[in-house]
Ligand binder design. Structure first.
Ligand code: FAD
Length: 430
């Protein structure tokens, strides 16, 4: 009797898990991919959903559709809640699933540095739901300001604070400035959206600290030109329904967006393995977990290091390269019994967009800024999107928004609209 094919279970259909699955597609191994959502999400463009440029469906693609041509891959929807390593089983959706090899690619979520109470007032940007929440908060703040007669309350409603000066914070601040200062300028009668105050707050000494200093300085100048105020060198000490405390100063705000910290998914707890402070599980050079020869962790959940011992950053390109590497390594190991070489990350550069026409790109010794960098950023992101349809729609929407200054998806969902307007003092983000 023929023996059962080797069963690889992949948890998470983000950049890492999907890449692993694709390499294993139509191979002699049996693959089951489990995700709590039924779609793959292109997180790098979430901020464009949050600022009404793109629709949620433009950056999400059903996992089943992406993998439909691979007959050896089964896709199951359910949230993994634990792993019985002795029994080689994962627990999800009230059932168990046995694996021979397990790949954990469950990504990361926000970290509020021990202040989970801030999340109500300052949602982070990780999921489609987050992006829709932030979009509704921004649009509602403007609608409330249009109704408001008290100038102080109106000023508060028209103040938008973004916390964290990394790429996500910079993208959000630039994009909110584009929306309020350019796109909506003629649409309100009682307020002037061009007078919206947009703050970017970074605790460190400069924004975009992962870029060289000259590119950071360029990004700062480009944001200031867009009308963004930048505060560096003082952390946010408190966040409440009325605003943020930065150092000694309280700033009343109508909308707050959190872009400051991430925490890896609870893979360390599932495997009873120690993690770093952000919850990442240390992995061997072949991405396996020390002590488990058949369990691998990749992407944002893993602490993998380069040749110099520097931790690899939480980037889509890292997760994707790890996924492709692991797919090939597993095939070699399972079908040929060969030991694969260690994983090596090849950087394709650091990119961050600041606004229409402005971005920064660093790749080895090449540094780009301004329109050319923006073009490179746009092409790279369209290319990385999964699915021809998404690529086409995103390109057309960008073209439309670029030529007309009109972002296309400014709908406040009914469940957030009328009711929220009737309760102007409700905390944001709920
Ligand atoms: C706003 C934003 C902007 C970004 N911009 C860029 C950028 O410009 N360039 C770049 O390179 N990177 C960017 N990143 C980072 C990049 O998106 C991540 O590094 C990448 O998504 C990590 O891939 P991953 O496969 O590890 O996890 P993810 O892509 O996060 O995928 C994890 C998957 O696991 C699933 N999952 C999680 N927990 C469970 C569970 N318990 N059970 C079942 N399924 C589960 C999730 O549903 C998800 O599908 C950005 C991230 C964000 C949030």
């Amino acid at each position: 009797m023929a023996s059962e094919p080797h069963h690889v279970v992949i948890v998470g259909a983000g950049f890492g898990g999907l890449a692993t699955a694709r390499v294993l597609g139509n191979s002699p191994v049996r693959v089951t991919l489990v995700d709590r959502r039924n779609y793959h999400l292109f997180q790098p463009l979430l901020y464009q959903v949050a600022t009404a440029v793109l629709s949620p469906s433009d950056i999400a693609e059903p996992i089943r559709r992406i993998l439909s041509r691979y007959k050896n891959i089964t896709v199951l929807m359910g949230e993994v809640t634990g792993i019985a390593t002795e029994q080689r089983e994962i627990q999800f959706a009230g059932r168990v699933l046995r694996y021979d090899t397990l790949v954990l690619a469950t990504g990361a979520t926000h970290s509020y540095f021990g202040h989970s109470e801030w999340e109500r007032f300052a949602p982070g940007l990780k999921t489609l739901e987050d992006a829709r929440r932030i979009r509704a908060n921004i649009l509602l703040a403007l609608e409330r300001a249009e109704l408001e007669t008290d100038p102080e309350v109106r000023r508060r409603l028209m103040t938008f604070a973004v916390i964290g000066g990394g790429p996500t914070g910079v993208e959000m601040a630039g994009s909110i400035a584009g929306l309020t200062h350019e796109a909506l300028e003629r649409e309100f009668r009682n307020i002037d959206p061009r007078r919206a105050r947009i703050l970017l707050v970074e605790a460190g000494s400069r924004i975009l600290p992962q870029f060289p200093e000259d590119l950071s300085a360029y990004a700062e100048r480009a944001l200031v030109r867009l009308g963004v105020e930048i505060s560096v060198g003082a952390p946010v000490n408190d966040i409440n329904a009325d605003g943020i405390q930065v150092g000694e100063t309280f700033i009343p705000c109508g909308t707050i967006v959190w872009g400051a910290g991430v925490r890896a998914s609870p893979v360390g707890d599932w495997l009873s393995r120690e993690t770093d402070r952000a919850g990442h599980v240390s992995v061997n050079p072949d991405l396996s977990v020390p002590g488990f020869e058949n369990i691998y962790v990749i992407g944002d959940a893993a602490l993998a290091k380069d040749d110099k011992g520097t931790p690899l950053p939480g980037l889509a390109q890292v997760a994707q390269q790890q996924g492709y590497y692991l797919g090939r390594a597993l095939l070699r190991r399972i079908t040929k019994g060969e030991e694969p070489p260690p994983f090596r990350f090849h950087s394709r550069g650091n990119l961050a967009v600041i606004g229409r026409n402005a971005a920064v790109v660093e790749w080895n010794d090449v540094k780009l800024r301004g329109f050319l960098a923006w073009l490179v950023w746009g092409i790279a992101h369209v290319y990385l999107l999964v699915g021809f349809q998404n690529r086409l729609i995103v390109t057309l929407r960008w073209l439309y928004a670029y030529l007309t200054y009109r972002p296309g998806t400014r709908i406040i969902p009914d469940d957030r609209g009328g009711e929220a307007m009737a309760k102007p003092n409700e905390p944001r983000g709920t």
